[in-house]
Design a protein around this ligand. Structure first.
Ligand SMILES: [Zn+2]
Length: 419
């Protein structure tokens, strides 16, 4: 059986039916009453650092917690994802319900959570994606504690490598190579806070590390030897003049630039990291081609101006990130389900385009959305990141409705609560 299973029930009806189910209402009560425990568990997860390519300790903690929630087969897979199954009556439809383990913060960052008297939590990664991980556990506990039986099954996953140079390696492995590859029928990522956003479109991006090398020398004595910093400067000037369209939204950024050793030294090398994004794969392709040409021509210009006999610069443009784009159509039942669940809980849903773990699911043709975990946040990706858990219960309720809409509640209206 795949998702959506053939049935007469619309996503809108499914939400209505679920809202009337006694066990779902009991789960809602659990989400309302459990705020203090969710906050404490959330803080415990976030205080275990999960730097890029260093998620192991947090994955191990999540594995223990998955097990304690009654999930089956909790383990860490070959890529480092933490996975565990909530078995339903059948193996399918199989929903992957995920949040990402990794943060953008390097090893050694103090991740201890500070609580303010208002309840606000402060820590690097507390919102992105600490609140998503906490949501997975709250939902797993609600399913077990409220005796919710499902038709299909739910694979709970904490993924590695969602941020930056991780390049979605965790979800790539999960859906493309690991033991669960090819088995999911739908994919939902809980990433960051909020109640209104339904990310159904995957923002495509390409990322490059550009390295330029030359002979180097004395700034006065060797003047005319080509300068790698100057060459990359020429490339930046070209890129920053690119007429990026507002619609479809298309952006570029030189996010890191380094090189050289002293003010009177012609550097031997320089590097920069470049991020290119677009809502449209066609526009991204155009920007990508422009950028690669700009880098090559910038080096050629610098070389053309060199003094006689000086060796030319070499430039290397290396792809370090490639996130595919795509869309889960707004009329797809999963999107309608997320929109309707949002509305039913009193929020105003809006469809969004972003770069998340769902990119990989969408590019593989799986229905996928990314939703918020409830609550609010600010200063994301900075050391001042904060999360306000007020309203967390609404995010948990929404995620539960979406999950149950996909896998179906057993014994209710003859399975009519499944899409
Ligand atoms: Zn995130």
């Amino acid at each position: 059986m795949s998702f959506p299973a053939t049935t007469t029930v619309t996503p809108e009806e499914a939400v209505r039916v679920l809202l009337g189910a006694e066990r779902v209402r009991r789960a809602f009560g659990f989400f309302e009453a459990g705020a203090a425990e969710f906050d404490a568990e959330h803080a415990a997860i976030v205080s275990v650092p999960a730097p890029p390519f260093g998620e192991r300790a947090r994955a191990e903690l999540m594995r223990e917690k998955f097990e304690a929630c009654g999930l089956e087969g909790a383990r860490i897979d070959a890529e480092g994802n933490c996975v565990a199954l909530r078995r339903g009556r059948a193996a399918s439809p199989l929903l992957v319900l995920s949040a990402h383990l990794d943060t953008v913060f390097p090893e050694g960052t103090d991740c201890e959570v500070r609580r303010e008297p208002t309840g606000l939590m402060r820590a690097p990664g507390v919102a992105d994606d600490g609140c998503g991980l906490a949501a997975l556990l709250a939902i797993a506990r609600a399913l077990a504690g409220c005796g919710i039986e499902t038709e299909g099954s739910i694979l709970f996953v904490g993924t590695v490598g969602e941020e930056g140079e991780g390049d979605l390696r965790g979800v790539r492995h999960l859906l493309g190579a690991g033991e669960w590859a090819g088995r999911a029928d739908a994919f939902v990522s809980i990433d960051g806070p909020g109640l209104e956003r339904v990310t159904h479109a995957a923002l495509a991006s390409r990322r490059y590390r550009v390295t330029c090398r030359g002979a180097g020398g004395h700034s006065w004595g060797d003047f005319g030897v080509p300068n790698p910093v100057h060459a990359l400067g020429r490339a930046v000037a070209r890129l920053s003049a690119y007429p990026a369209p507002k619609r479809p939204r298309t952006t570029f950024n030189v996010g890191r630039f380094e090189g050289g050793s002293g003010v009177n030294v012609i550097p031997r090398d320089a590097r920069m990291d470049v991020d290119l994004r677009s809502e449209s794969p066609v526009e991204l392709g155009r920007l990508d081609a422009f950028f690669r040409r700009a880098a090559r021509e910038a080096a050629e210009d610098e070389n053309a101006a060199r003094r006689a006999g000086a060796p030319p610069l070499e430039i290397e443009v290396k792809l370090i990130g490639d996130r595919p784009g795509g869309t889960t159509a707004p009329e797809q039942p999963l999107v309608r389900l997320a929109v309707e669940a949002t509305r039913a809980l009193g929020s105003r849903p809006y469809l969004d385009c972003s770069s998340t773990d769902s990119n990989i699911a969408i590019s593989r043709g799986l229905p996928a959305v990314t939703i918020g975990a409830g609550g609010a946040s600010g200063n994301t990706h900075t050391l001042d990141e904060w999360y306000d858990p007020a309203g967390r219960d609404l995010g948990l309720k929404r995620a539960l409705l979406v999950a149950l809409g996909v896998v179906g509640l057993v014994g209710f209206y003859e399975n009519s609560a499944r899409l």
